[in-house]
Ligand binder design. Structure first.
Ligand SMILES: O=c1ccn([C@@H]2O[C@H](COP(=O)(O)OP(=O)(O)O[C@H]3O[C@H](CO)[C@@H](O)[C@H](O)[C@H]3O)[C@@H](O)[C@H]2O)c(=O)[nH]1
Length: 232
């Protein structure tokens, strides 16, 4: 009797338990972990991905198992001819992962559209912008063209490709001269912007608010940073 149990029944019950209980629990747990606890690891387009904050963000994304497509027009970073920007080469060294990179200007609608059509992009983190306060006073039109027209083109291409999630790298300059301290998310924006750079960030925030109001599928986060630190 004992040997029948040991030799036949226990192995059979054990196999049935593995097949019908343990393996399904494993699959359900994996599904639950990937879908409920961690956000599904999708593909993020990072504009201005070769810049200071952009490249650090790319490191975080890769280390958290997102795939990254970085675009940059190289106006404020170094790259040898036909090569990835130096900052992204270093990100690849740190993370031991590969970044898809396109040398593209966000005002170039056709090039942007091609990127959205050739990759399955889940969301965009938008850093590409001119960002020097003093320079923006001297060449305001360049700032309005790059930062506002560029962002608007990017959002149009996102919309026409059904990508409606964006994190926008704004700036604490949208608060202007603070009306109270510490500044909170309730602090008014755009009232005392002291320079064209800050105004471009304020206008793009307003564009995104209007887009989200017009279409509830759009989700936008406005990250206001100062000297690389997230303020609100
Ligand atoms: O039209 C443009 C303008 C700039 N860039 C690129 O965008 C990146 C911007 O990065 P960087 O100049 O290093 O600025 P950061 O200090 O990283 O600025 C980040 O943080 C600022 C707030 O502190 C935001 O205003 C900026 O949008 C955001 O990129 C650079 O690689 C540029 O080459 C573009 O691709 N297209």
């Amino acid at each position: 009797m004992l040997s029948l149990l040991r030799n036949r029944l226990i192995p059979i019950y054990f196999s049935v338990a593995v097949y019908y209980v343990i393996i399904p629990i494993g699959f359900v747990t994996k599904w639950w972990l990937t879908n409920e606890i961690m956000a599904p690891n999708g593909t993020i387009l990072v504009t201005g991905g070769a810049g200071y904050v952009g490249s650090h963000t790319v490191v975080e994304l890769l280390q958290n198992n997102y795939s990254v497509i970085a675009i940059d027009n190289l106006v404020n970073c170094y790259a040898e001819k036909n090569q990835k920007p130096e900052s992204l080469k270093r990100v690849e060294q740190i993370t031991k992962k590969t970044i898809v990179f396109h040398d593209v200007d966000i005002r170039n609608r056709d090039a942007l559209d091609k990127i959205f059509k050739s990759h399955k992009i889940d969301a965009v983190i938008h850093f590409a912008a001119l960002k020097a306060v003093g320079e923006s006073v001297q060449i305001p039109l360049a700032y309005y063209q790059n930062n506002i027209a560029g962002s608007s083109t990017l959002f149009e291409v996102m919309q026409s490709n059904g990508v409606k999630k964006v994190v926008f790298s704004s700036s604490a300059t949208v608060y202007g001269i603070p009306q109270f301290l510490p500044i909170t998310e309730e602090h008014p924006t755009g009232q005392n912007c002291t320079n064209p750079y800050g105004k471009t960030k304020y206008f793009v925030e307003e564009i995104l608010k209007d887009v989200c109001t017009s279409d509830p599928e759009w989700k936008a986060k406005l990250a206001k940073t100062h000297l690389g630190f997230l303020i609100t």
